[in-house]
Design a protein around this ligand. Structure first.
Ligand code: XMP
Ligand code: MG
Length: 184
């Protein structure tokens, strides 16, 4: 799908598919180096992290385990409430495991900081974070992120797993929406 296929829905393309892919190559290489000889469990956060998980994991040169969690930190709006609910928990036991949380975006950081302490309480050997996007200007809590794709401005973005009202997740690039899409 090309940005032009969206007609007037998109305000602008923030990150092209090529930019996402070349950064994923670099992130995967670092992860390969850092976890060489270790058993790694990737924990994807549904639904947004589906694309990052698929593309990042396929670039790794060692077999990994994958598991998924679904959490909710939003009411109806586009602001994190800080109240996190587990909608789907992990199947895996984390005891003694090296865990890498795979996320689409860190906005306020509230969801991730809650998730990290939740997973740390389960006795893993380590818990680190890989995120494709981060909004430094939106941070409300400090989250120690080991692997970051791109720092982006504090704007609502869609594509590459990210949605507006469950739409646009399948865009292979990251863009911002035209105001008429969310104000109508
Ligand atoms: P916090 O604020 O807790 O939020 O770091 C993390 C989660 O909020 C969602 N989120 C977004 N979703 N476009 C989206 O489609 C955005 O710009 C955006 N900002 C935050 C996302 O689910 C993320 O995991
Ligand atoms: Mg998410």
């Amino acid at each position: 799908m090309e940005p032009s296929d969206l007609g007037t829905d998109l305000a602008r393309v923030l990150l092209t598919q090529e930019q996402l892919e070349s950064r994923l190559d670099e992130m995967a290489q670092k992860i390969d180096e850092d976890y060489a000889g270790k058993d790694l469990l990737l924990v994807g956060v549904l639904k947004g992290a589906v694309m990052v998980m698929a593309d990042l994991s396929r670039r790794l040169h060692h077999p990994v385990h994958m598991d998924w969690m679904a959490v909710s930190s939003y009411g109806s709006g586009t602001k994190s409430s800080g109240v996190v609910r587990i909608l789907k928990d992990l199947d895996a036991d984390l005891t003694g495991r090296h865990v890498l949380i795979v996320e689409d975006i860190i906005d306020s950081g509230l969801t991730l900081s809650w998730l990290v302490s939740n997973l740390r309480s389960r006795g893993p050997a380590s818990v680190e974070i890989a995120t494709m996007l981060r909004k430094p200007d939106a941070a409300k809590v400090d989250v120690d992120v080991r692997y970051t794709g791109y720092d982006i401005p504090n704007e609502f973005v869609v594509g590459y797993g990210l949605d507006f009202a469950e739409k646009y997740r399948n865009l292979p690039f990251v863009g911002t929406l035209a105001p008429h899409v969310y104000s109508s």
